[in-house]
Ligand binder design. Structure first.
Ligand code: UDP
Length: 406
């Protein structure tokens, strides 16, 4: 089977942790690699953002990254990419005329748009993973949402017309129903975690204080790091390490870092907060393992790979009860759910957990067991592969281009 993945802004080759590079980059790369191991040939089409990049870069056995020329070859914010999706679609159509895919799998709404335009003339079956939905973003961010105004109507159109929508969690299924998606064409396939890289055993960073909390994520306000800093004021003797944001060398210029530092100073906890900036993936397991608890404090979270990474390391997760974390984190078993944007409630939950070593250890064991059972990339690739096979089987002869031409 030949699969064309489309991931317009999120390249699996990009450094992860900055503002527009996170879970989708990790997901697309790891899923493709796992599919490649199963003999599926995967091409990941992503926008060229550097003139020096070769057109095609091998990523793993059977997996190639293809740099598509669409817009200027330099980094652009993802919310500025829509005007370049016509060029993206034109380039895809050319590629697919030379090497037709059996299935097209688009990631994020703009990829879906470009992929639909390119796939439609040849009726290539299209699977869509949204990763995030504009309706949800608008609900939480209101006027500060910088998404193009076309986002919601385009998502509605894709949700209703894609051959299959792969939702990453049950909460997204409900959102998709609200957009008018046909429930029989929606399948839940979660994101995954690398069970070999993220393990309970292995090197662990030293701590400065007796108790440590860790947060990992892109530094954007809705990820809720400010709420953990606020909770820290009620948690004496506890340190907080935050991974994410700009590279350490450019950290001082990161506006979100400036805001969080000022907050920490105002609350008198600056001494106990370390903002590390972007941490390389190979250094993350040692950081996660050094935590008594990993906090996932997002105001909303379409899926959230970080909780899986923490559980895979055998660390309890204190997560807001939103989005994908309602599925992944089992309240009272692998971690604790707290309401979003409530630092006091967060502090209460953390104080109870930090005071109970037995409970933390049991949650760590349960978390590792849960991710091994459901969230390894091999399981995710199997479920995705099954969806692809159904799409290929359902490709009705009357929809084939030959039949159309006859
Ligand atoms: N990440 C990383 N280094 C950092 C910050 C984040 O490698 O400094 C990774 C993190 O480990 C996770 C991904 O970025 O794999 C974030 O994915 P998640 O789904 O949690 O959030 P999203 O970025 O999709 O909002």
């Amino acid at each position: 089977m030949r699969v064309a993945m489309v991931s317009e802004h999120a390249s699996p080759l990009a450094p992860v942790g900055e503002v527009d590079a996170g879970g989708q980059n990790v997901h697309v790369g790891a899923l493709a690699v796992a599919l490649g191991r199963r003999g599926v040939r995967v091409t990941i089409h992503t926008r060229r953002d550097d003139p020096g990049l070769p057109r095609r870069v091998p990523l793993a056995p059977n997996v190639v990254v293809d740099h598509v020329d669409a817009g200027p070859p330099r980094p652009l914010p993802k919310d500025a990419l829509l005007p370049h999706m016509d060029a993206f679609a034109t380039d895809l159509r050319r590629c697919w005329a030379l090497q037709p895919p059996d299935v097209v799998h688009a990631h994020y709404w703009m990829s879906g748009l470009a992929a639909m335009r390119a796939a439609a003339p040849s009726h290539f079956p299209l699977a869509q993973t949204f990763h995030a939905l504009g309706t949800v973003k608008r609900r939480h961010q209101g006027e500060s949402d910088t998404s193009p105004r076309q986002r919601v109507p385009v998502e509605r159109y894709i949700a209703r017309t894609a051959d299959r929508v792969l939702a990453t969690c049950r909460d997204e299924v409900a959102e998709l129903a609200g957009l008018g998606a046909d429930p029989t064409r929606v399948t839940v396939v979660p994101c995954g975690v690398d069970l070999d890289a993220f393990t309970p055993d292995g090197a662990t960073e030293a701590r400065a204080l007796r108790r440590r909390l860790v947060v990992v994520g892109r530094l954007v306000e809705r990820k809720g790091v400010g709420d953990v800093i606020a909770a820290l004021a009620d948690l004496p003797g506890v340190e907080l390490v935050v991974a994410g944001g700009s590279d350490a060398a450019r950290l001082d210029a990161d506006p979100e870092v400036g805001r969080l530092r000022a907050l920490a100073r105002r609350l008198g906890v600056a001494e106990r907060v370390q903002l590390r900036g972007r941490v390389r993936r190979r250094d993350l397991p040692g950081l996660l393992r050094s935590a008594d608890a990993v906090v996932c404090p997002a105001w909303y979270e379409p899926f959230g790979i970080v909780p899986l990474e923490a559980m895979a390391c055998g660390v309890p997760v204190v997560a807001t009860a939103v989005g994908g974390m309602l599925d992944t984190v089992v309240d009272g078993v692998t971690g604790v759910h707290v309401p979003p944007r409530r630092p006091r409630r967060l502090a209460q939950a953390l104080r109870a957990l930090l005071g109970d070593a037995r409970r933390r250890a049991a949650m760590g064991v349960a978390g590792r067991a849960r991710v091994c059972r459901w969230y390894g990339w091999d399981s995710v690739a199997d479920a995705t592969g099954r969806a692809y096979e159904q799409l290929v089987a359902a490709r009705r002869p009357d929809r084939l281009p030959e039949a159309v031409a006859r």
